[in-house]
Design a protein around this ligand. Structure first.
Ligand code: SAH
Length: 248
């Protein structure tokens, strides 16, 4: 994937991604000359041929993250934020996630954790994950073509996040890979998956079940005094179940 060199944003918040500094940037507000693009620095203001103003800045992680390739259904940001907050993933954490899918969750976590390992059974998805890792220039993430329901060779993990169709099948393998006190999180779109996972967890002596949550995000429109929830908002994404590994 081509890297993003600069970001232009209008006063109204429309964003444009500049991938090529050798050509003019064409927008619905006219074009910005390549010479102006090239010499612009963070915080500068450039104008198109129709005098439309754009602020310039360098892409930060979240700008790039929003542009990654997504083939499988990725976990939305509202849910990633909740998982991070509940488990306290930070720069000391060793995290494992499965399946990688497009690697969205794994890449986001790699931007804040010490180390991320991601397991995926489908080789076509592994290629997408690799290209996303490269695009985001992440150095602390390893992708493995492995089945999370089978033995996990990685040990002393702080947090494991499952996003697989039958998460209860991974409880045994995760129990051996997590360190005492480590968190097991399962992300599932449907209720029967939550029931089977939590019921299996409750029977397992290595884990203490904590809770299952769903996060609702509702964006509001704010236009003068017309202040109300936006008509279209994100629908259902997934339920998150949390448990803690308590034995050695
Ligand atoms: N959380 C990911 C999306 C995961 S989609 C993201 O944010 O991008 C679920 C993925 O799990 C699919 O790619 C599927 O191939 C993979 N998968 C299914 N069963 C698996 C298993 N037993 N072990 C590892 N990966 C598995």
């Amino acid at each position: 994937m081509e890297s993003i060199k600069k970001i232009l944003i209008t006063r109204q918040g429309r964003k444009f991604y500049v991938k090529d500094l050798e050509s003019d940037l064409h927008t619905q507000y006219g074009f910005v000359n390549k010479e102006d693009l090239k010499k612009s620095k963070e915080g500068d203001l450039v104008k198109s041929n129709t005098e439309k103003e754009f602020f310039v800045f360098n892409p930060s992680f979240i700008d790039l993250y929003r542009k990654i390739k997504r083939d499988a259904q990725i976990i939305p940001l509202k849910d990633i934020g909740f998982i991070i907050a509940e488990t306290g993933i930070n720069k000391e954490s060793k995290v494992l996630d499965a399946g990688s899918g497009s690697g969205a969750l794994a890449c986001f976590l790699a931007s804040i954790a010490k180390e991320v390992i991601t397991y995926e059974i489908r080789e076509d998805f592994i290629e997408i994950v690799k290209s996303n890792i490269e695009f985001l220039q992440l150095k602390n993430i390893k992708i493995k073509n492995k089945n999370i329901y089978e033995e996990i060779e990685d040990k002393a993990i702080d947090v494991i996040i499952l996003d697989v169709p039958e998460p209860w099948k991974a409880i045994e393998s995760c129990s051996k890979a997590l360190k005492p006190g480590g968190f097991l999180v399962s992300y599932s779109p449907s209720v029967p998956q939550v029931a089977d996972f939590v019921n299996a967890l409750r029977k397992n002596e290595s884990f203490v079940y904590l809770k299952t949550c769903e996060i609702t995000e509702r964006e509001w429109e704010v236009e003068e005094r017309k202040v109300r929830p936006k008509s279209a908002s994100i629908g259902h994404s997934g339920f998150m179940s949390f448990a803690r590994k308590v034995t050695k």
